[in-house]
Ligand binder design. Structure first.
Ligand SMILES: *[C@@H]1O[C@H](CO)[C@@H](O)[C@H](O)[C@H]1NC(C)=O
Ligand SMILES: *[C@@H]1O[C@H](CO)[C@@H](O)[C@H](O)[C@H]1NC(C)=O
Ligand SMILES: *[C@@H]1O[C@H](CO)[C@@H](O)[C@H](O)[C@H]1NC(C)=O
Ligand SMILES: *[C@@H]1O[C@H](CO)[C@@H](O)[C@H](O)[C@H]1NC(C)=O
Ligand SMILES: *[C@@H]1O[C@H](CO)[C@@H](O)[C@H](O)[C@H]1NC(C)=O
Ligand SMILES: *[C@@H]1O[C@H](CO)[C@@H](O)[C@H](O)[C@H]1NC(C)=O
Length: 336
C-alpha cells in the first residue's frame, strides 16, 4: 500500500468512526453554522494544520510557542471567518498567508514579535477588523492592504511607530476606529488623516506628540472620540476642530498645556478631560474659564483643570475660581 492509500484509510477511519477530529491541546465546538476551535497551550510549537476540522469558522490559537504560519497551514480551513492569534511568538508572516481564506473578516495578531510584514500580506481576504497591537513594528507599508480595503477597525497600538503611517491610511476610506496609542509618535501632520472621513474614534494616547498641525482634522468630519492623553502637547491651534461635526469626548489630560486659545474646542466638544496639565490661571485663561462654567452647568461635573500658576492659585480647580480672582472683566449679564 502506498502512502496516499494509507492516508485515505486513516482519514476514513478517523472520519467514519467516533467524533470529528480535534487537535491535541485544543477544544472544538461544533455549532449549527459555526465550528469554533480554541488552542491554548505553551507546549504547542507547530501550527496544527492537518488536524483542524475542515469546516472551522473561528480559530483561536493563543499563548503558544508557534513562530510562523504559512498559507499552506491555513489552506485546510477555507471557511475561516475569524483568526485570533494573539500572544504567540510569531516573527514573520508569509505573503500568501490569507490566500485561501475568502471569508476571513477578522484577524488578531496582538502580542507577537512582528517587526515587518511582506507586501500584499492582507490582500487576499475581505478583512474588516485587524489588530497588530503589541508587536515591534517600526512602520506600516501602504501595500499591506488593498486600495479598496473595507477595514473599519485597526489596532496598531503598542508598536514602535515614530510617524503616522500615512501610506497605509490612504487605503482605509471606510475606517471607523484607529488605534495608534502607545507608540512613539511625535507629530500629527496635516493631510495624513484626510483619507478617513468616516473615522469616529482615534486613539493617540501615550505617545510623544508635541505638535498637532492646525489642519490635522480638516477632513475627519465624523470624529467623535479623541484620546490625546499622556503626550507632550504645549498648545492647540485655535480652530483645530472647526470642521468636526461633533466631538463627544476629548481627553487632553497629562499634557503640558498652560492655556487654550479662544475657540480651541469649538464648535462643540461635549465631554473633555483637562486634568494633569500646568494651567496658567491668569486673565488669558478667559476662554477656558468660560468653557468650564458652561461645562459645569451642563454636566454637573468639572473638566478637572487645576491651576499651577500663579502661586496664589496653585492647586485650585478652575471651576472653583471667580472672575475677580482671575482678574477677568465681566461683560454685563455674562457673569453666571
Ligand atoms: C462541521 O463538521 C462537523 C463534522 O466534522 C459537523 O458535525 C458539523 O455540523 C459541521 N459544521 C458545519 C457548520 O458545517
Ligand atoms: C498542555 O498540554 C500538555 C500535554 O498534553 C498538558 O499536560 C497540559 O495540561 C496542557 N496545558 C494546558 C494549559 O492546557
Ligand atoms: C470537509 O471534509 C469532508 C469529508 O472529507 C467533505 O465532505 C467536505 O466537503 C469538506 N468541507 C470543506 C469545507 O472542505
Ligand atoms: C520567517 O523567518 C525565518 C527566519 O528569519 C525564516 O527562516 C522563515 O523562512 C521565514 N518564514 C516566512 C514565512 O517568511
Ligand atoms: C469591499 O466591499 C466592496 C463592496 O461590498 C467589494 O466590492 C470589495 O471587493 C471589497 N473589498 C475588498 C478588498 O474585499
Ligand atoms: C480642508 O478641507 C476642505 C474640504 O473639506 C478643502 O476644500 C480644503 O482645501 C482643505 N484645506 C486645506 C488647507 O487642506
Amino acid at each position: 500500500m502506498n502512502l496516499r492509500c494509507l492516508f485515505r484509510v486513516a482519514l476514513v477511519i478517523c472520519c467514519c468512526h467516533g467524533a470529528p477530529s480535534c487537535p491535541n491541546y485544543c477544544k472544538c465546538y461544533f455549532g449549527q453554522d459555526s465550528t469554533e476551535v480554541i488552542c491554548h497551550n505553551i507546549s504547542m510549537n507547530v501550527f496544527p494544520a492537518h488536524s483542524l476540522p475542515n469546516n472551522t469558522t473561528l480559530l483561536t490559537i493563543q499563548y503558544t510557542d508557534i513562530t510562523t504560519i504559512t498559507g499552506e497551514d491555513l489552506r485546510s480551513t477555507p471557511l475561516l471567518k475569524e483568526l485570533h492569534l494573539s500572544n504567540n511568538k510569531l516573527k514573520n508572516l508569509s505573503a500568501d498567508m490569507l490566500m485561501g481564506l475568502p471569508h476571513l473578516h477578522t484577524i488578531d495578531l496582538t502580542g507577537n514579535q512582528l517587526r515587518e510584514l511582506p507586501s500584499r500580506v492582507f490582500h487576499h481576504a475581505p478583512l474588516n477588523s485587524q489588530a497588530l497591537k503589541n508587536n515591534f513594528l517600526l512602520r506600516a507599508e501602504a501595500d499591506w492592504l488593498p486600495s479598496n480595503s473595507n477595514l473599519t477597525w485597526i489596532d496598531l497600538s503598542g508598536n514602535h511607530f515614530q510617524k503616522v503611517p500615512a501610506g497605509l491610511l490612504q487605503n482605509l476610506g471606510r475606517l471607523v476606529t484607529l488605534d495608534l496609542s502607545m507608540n512613539k509618535l511625535e507629530e500629527l501632520p496635516a493631510e495624513v488623516l484626510d483619507p478617513l472621513p468616516l473615522m469616529e474614534r482615534l486613539s493617540l494616547q501615550n505617545n510623544k506628540l508635541h505638535f498637532i498641525d492646525p489642519l490635522a482634522f480638516n477632513a475627519t468630519f465624523s470624529l467623535s472620540y479623541l484620546f490625546l492623553q499622556n503626550n507632550r502637547l504645549e498648545k492647540l491651534a485655535p480652530a483645530l476642530f472647526r470642521r468636526v461635526k461633533e466631538l463627544r469626548y476629548l481627553d487632553l489630560s497629562g499634557n503640558q498645556l498652560t492655556s487654550l486659545p479662544t475657540g480651541a474646542l469649538d464648535p462643540s466638544v461635549m465631554f473633555v478631560d483637562l486634568a494633569l496639565n500646568p494651567w496658567h490661571c491668569d486673565a488669558k485663561v478667559d476662554y477656558l474659564w468660560r468653557l468650564e462654567r458652561r461645562y459645569v452647568a451642563l454636566h454637573q461635573e468639572e473638566t478637572k483643570a487645576v491651576c499651577s500658576l500663579p502661586a496664589a492659585l496653585k492647586g485650585r480647580t478652575l471651576a472653583s475660581l471667580s472672575a475677580e480672582e482671575l482678574g477677568l472683566k465681566m461683560e454685563q449679564g455674562s457673569s453666571r
